[in-house]
Design a protein around this ligand. Structure first.
Ligand code: ZN
Length: 316
């Protein structure tokens, strides 16, 4: 008998799906990253049809390799285009969960709004739809980087907190692990009375400080080890950190992703350089990282927990 939880429906780009159908899930990915409005004002920079057809081929390959779902945490300020996600999901049968919220390019207009006003916009993207479509968000994204939590960053965190409390939709963060920004984010969410079990602290495996990573989990949050293969630390060091966390008995709160951008217009690397750094793209975890963990002694049961059970519990 497969272990299943009670049915609960969450928003995917194709409409509500039962969390029990999520299956093998990559926790933090992007089909396209760019800047807000770029595809509309400068379509020369993004050939939408070409991107849909190339990404579809890639996602069909993912599905046949056993990847059932991705969480695409691309927000408006990161060039989100939900129609591309919908087409790729229809054609490939990979579930895609898309995001409301705000990344690092916080629109200047938001700097002068109250968190409750921004939360209204996020809530509409969850309940009504994004960009005048019926496509609804299933996750709330926020981002704080090396600068820590700026004034405008705090407005976004508070808007996300209101949205999470009102809709029950979980929060996924971009954090700067080297400065332990994940704990600062948790601190704000705690002061806003967010259920920390609905918070995922992303990019945590840019740090090798296992005590810091455990601290995030001890606060009740989910730990996103979602930069793979990544550089500095390299992927073998990242595997070692993952192994140590599992050995500490913390596998119930870990998820894995690549933070892979299938197409990126915000990278300082050329397309060729990005591909040579990760030729396997969304398949790196499946083809390289999991086999390495297994060779270190991580059990099939632990892998299933991290890749299948935890994403489902996060949304439950
Ligand atoms: Zn990302």
């Amino acid at each position: 008998m497969q272990e299943t939880e009670k049915s609960k429906f969450i928003n995917s780009v194709l409409g509500p799906i039962d969390i029990n159908t999520l299956g093998f899930t990559l926790s933090h990915e992007h089909v396209l990253t760019a800047s807000a409005g770029l595809g509309i004002s400068y379509p020369k920079l993004i050939d939408k049809n070409d991107l849909i057809s190339r990404a579809t081929k890639e996602f069909i390959k993912l599905k046949s390799s056993g990847i059932d779902s991705i969480i695409d945490v691309t927000t408006m300020d990161l060039g989100r285009d939900v129609e591309i996600l919908r087409e790729v999901s229809i054609n490939s049968h990979v579930n895609i969960i898309c995001a409301t919220g705000t990344w690092r390019d916080i629109p200047r207009s938001f700097w002068y709004l109250r968190p409750s006003q921004i939360a209204e916009l996020y809530i509409d993207e969850i309940n009504k739809g994004i960009d005048q479509t019926q496509i609804k968000a299933g996750i709330i994204k926020v981002a704080n980087d090396s600068e820590g939590i700026t004034e405008e960053g705090e407005i976004i965190l508070k808007a996300a907190a209101i949205t999470c409390k009102q809709t029950g939709v979980p929060i996924s963060t971009h954090s700067y692990a080297r400065n332990k920004v994940g704990l600062e984010q948790i601190h704000i969410f705690n002061s806003e009375n967010v259920d920390i079990n609905k918070v995922y602290i992303g990019h945590s495996n840019d740090s090798t400080d296992v005590d810091y990573l455990e601290d995030i989990i001890q606060h009740g949050a989910w730990l996103g080890l979602d930069r793979l293969p990544g550089r500095n630390p390299d992927w073998k060091e990242r595997a070692d950190v993952t192994f140590q966390l599992i050995n500490r008995g913390l596998e119930d709160k870990i998820m894995l992703g690549h933070d892979w951008n299938y197409k990126s217009l915000i990278s300082n690397l050329s397309e060729q350089e990005r591909l040579s750094a990760n030729p396997e793209g969304f398949l790196f975890i499946k083809n390289q990282f999991i086999p390495l963990l297994q060779s270190m002694g991580v059990s099939e049961k632990s892998i299933k927990k991290i890749m299948i059970d935890n994403p489902r519990s996060f949304f439950s």
